[in-house]
Design a protein around this ligand. Sequence first.
Ligand SMILES: Cc1cc2nc3c(=O)[nH]c(=O)nc-3n(C[C@H](O)[C@H](O)[C@H](O)COP(=O)(O)OP(=O)(O)OC[C@H]3O[C@@H](n4cnc5c(N)ncnc54)[C@H](O)[C@@H]3O)c2cc1C
Length: 325
Amino acid sequence: MAGREQYEVVIVGGGPAGLCAALYGGRGMLRTVLLERGVPGGELLNTEWIEDYPGFPKVKGRELADLMTQHALQFGAEIRQENAESIVRRPDGIFEVTTSLGTIFEAPAVIITAGGTPLKLEVPGELEYAGRGVSYCAVCDGAFFKGETIAVVGGGDAAVEEADYLTRYAEKVYLIHRRGELRASRILQERLFQNPKIEVVWNKRVLELFGDPSGLKTIALEDTETGQLSELKATGCFVFIGFRPNSGIVQQHFAHDASGYMITDDRMMTSIPGLFAAGDLRVQLTRQVTTAVGDATTAAIAVEKYLTERRQSGAGVGSGAHAGV
Ligand SMILES: Cc1cc2nc3c(=O)[nH]c(=O)nc-3n(C[C@H](O)[C@H](O)[C@H](O)COP(=O)(O)OP(=O)(O)OC[C@H]3O[C@@H](n4cnc5c(N)ncnc54)[C@H](O)[C@@H]3O)c2cc1C
């Protein structure tokens, strides 16, 4: 529904960080709205099992997503299925978050929790075979590769975890990594090396993907040390080589690192006053569900303090255009 709507805090993104911020916003009795372009849950929806969320020794990603959504709703947060297109801070300190439905959400504080988008290989054939062999989500597409030989590209936690996961369907999984050692955590590496269906292809870069109208057939590789060319027969290529933060919807300049990850202070406030960032799109050592919800807790509590200070300074917390602040 197009129009202007006023809140005390707008949260952009409904992954673990956004849902946790919504929980705290609602519980703190703030007029809180969370905008999520898809189904709430974020990357949890692309993860089969979570084994490292305290209190849940083994929980399905989808189940944890549902529990977090219900928890946020229980405390009064509003969740709207809308895609935020831009975030702009007006001179009066009120933010306007404009969505693709044309709605403008106004609030003196915004928490951006929009996560990241998987990086592409950017090689010939990747686009052509996307959905016909090339995938960025093992949980979504793994079952299409029953009994087949496939490849996973990457060397971090996501690549190693997903290679292991994919062996429940695939007969053989090659893990293609451009270096001679993996970045993944030790426990995940141990699991990988014990899995007889996985073979690591060290020091190789994907050059091109080939196939026919039925889908992907061959992956062309280059040795990163010798430059030698080779080919791998595979009908699937799952790419887990990192993320680009979804911070581009912020229209004003903000402090960020070379990859676009948002820099915050210890309250999770960005260099734009009143704009807070939490979760995967923030500069930090590691990106996990626990760190996302930790960031979000701090951000939501800092928003409460920010709004109190703003009120005390006479700026008010309503919409500037309509409340005259
Ligand atoms: C394959 C895989 C396996 C993983 N396994 C684990 C694990 O076992 N344990 C663990 O702790 N972590 C794991 N992680 C990492 C964990 O999922 C993330 O760190 C966590 O989900 C980050 O939460 P977030 O809320 O910051 O971002 P996300 O989960 O990415 O959520 C961001 C949300 O924002 C929404 N969004 C983006 N842009 C907009 C917009 N413009 N408007 C509206 N909505 C928008 C997206 O749709 C998405 O729902 C895994 C990640 C992957 C990819």
